[in-house]
Design a protein around this ligand. Structure first.
Ligand SMILES: C=C(O[C@@H]1C=C(C(=O)O)C=C[C@H]1O)C(=O)O
Length: 115
């Protein structure tokens, strides 16, 4: 496929591209805000688990979430395999935080966890 810069592209095409990118930027911002809220909740779960000697990971709960999310993805015409991969990626980070909390390496509400 050949590529070229924007200088000769129809202004209407560029306007449409700009409009779509504005929506993409809004969606990305919403995703970041929703993830931040999710991590605030999961940090609290991590502290609760650590205080009551519960394990950081709960595979049975994860299996339920994956099954539910795959169903939601299918209804929304999103690839269920992609939805599962994304959820697993997020959950693995949550479990890492929970292990840090249990080891006393992470405090606070976890809005910006240590690396
Ligand atoms: C948040 C929890 O801890 C872990 C993280 C999960 C998640 O991010 O959704 C789900 C299950 C657990 O492996 C939980 O047990 O609810």
């Amino acid at each position: 496929m050949t590529t070229r810069d924007n200088s000769t592209t129809d202004p209407q095409v560029l306007a449409e591209l700009g409009r779509l990118r504005d929506s993409i930027d809004n969606i990305d911002a919403a995703v970041v805000h929703m993830l931040a809220e999710r991590f605030k909740c999961t940090q609290q779960v991590g502290h609760l688990k650590a205080a009551h000697q519960l394990p950081p990971a709960d595979p049975a709960r994860e299996a339920q979430q994956i099954a539910r999310l795959r169903g939601l993805a299918e209804s929304a015409k999103l690839d269920p395999a992609f939805a599962e991969k994304l959820l697993n990626f997020i959950i693995s980070e949550v479990i890492r935080h929970h292990e840090q909390i249990a080891d006393g390496r992470l405090n606070g509400d976890g809005a910006s966890p240590a690396a």
